[in-house]
Design a protein around this ligand. Structure first.
Ligand SMILES: [Zn+2]
Length: 241
């Protein structure tokens, strides 16, 4: 894995304009990792997010700054944290798991990017959870009789969904907020894929402005301007401003 270069950032951002957010996350990883796209798509969501976090550290550093809004009073809350505080220690690279839920013996895998795309068409969270479970259950037995994953009762589906979350903790990073204005407390989800994409978008637009300024003054090509180190580009920008 290598940090995203200025050229990488512009290329990914341009491609991403017509991509689903799940595909954008894969494009970001594909630009930096020597791994076929299908293999990246088959990573569990927690493994995907762990790689995105590492790439974000390499590209923009470990400090994360963002903001959220209080759902009760609308107050804007800024937060600053370090990537280390949201990284879950890596567990064994297991791909198949077993669970006994409501009398059913289940063998299952963890959800990946393909599953995430598949559930986007679901009308509500309950049907999304059911579809996810159907896709991820490899075999199900009740007293040694095979059962179709679609026929599992709600209780077994709920147990399995909770177990999947536990088995892939990096996929669901939550942290506690407290609103300083009204005292409201809640748990927020941190989505590294969306966070990193917003940063890539901002950086792409900044780079285009820099290219525009320097190309207009010096007549340099976009390729040459982007190939410079950020430090050198900033020096030229200071001289022309
Ligand atoms: Zn509030």
């Amino acid at each position: 894995m290598h940090p995203l270069s200025a050229q990488d950032i512009l290329r990914i951002w341009e491609q991403g304009q017509t991509q689903h957010p799940v595909d954008r996350a894969l494009s970001v990883l594909a630009a930096s990792m020597a791994m076929p796209r299908e293999a990246l798509a088959a990573l569990s969501l927690g493994q995907r997010d762990a790689h995105l976090l590492t790439l974000r550290e390499l590209t923009f550093g470990t400090a994360l700054k963002g903001f959220t809004e209080c759902s009760r009073c609308g107050e804007r809350l800024e937060y600053a944290l370090d990537t280390a505080s949201i990284r879950v220690p890596c567990r064994q690279e297991q791909t198949e798991f077993e669970l006994e839920a409501a009398g059913f013996e289940l063998r299952f895998r963890l959800p990946d990017s393909g599953d995430l795309v598949a559930i986007t068409g679901c009308p509500d969270p309950a049907s999304a959870r059911r579809l996810l479970v159907q896709r991820c259950v490899l075999t199900a037995h009740y007293h040694e009789t095979a059962v179709a994953p679609g026929d599992l009762p709600d209780e077994a589906v709920a147990r399995l969904a909770a177990h999947i979350e536990e088995a892939d903790p990096q996929a669901e990073v939550r942290f506690a907020f407290k609103c300083p204005a009204c005292g409201h407390r809640w748990q927020g989800l941190f989505d590294i894929a969306a966070f990193f994409w917003a940063e890539i978008t901002a950086q792409a637009k900044r780079l285009l402005r820099e290219v525009h300024t320097l190309a207009r003054v010096y007549n340099w090509r976009e390729l040459d301007i982007l190939a410079m180190s950020a430090t050198r580009r900033q020096c030229y920008l200071e001289m022309v401003s």
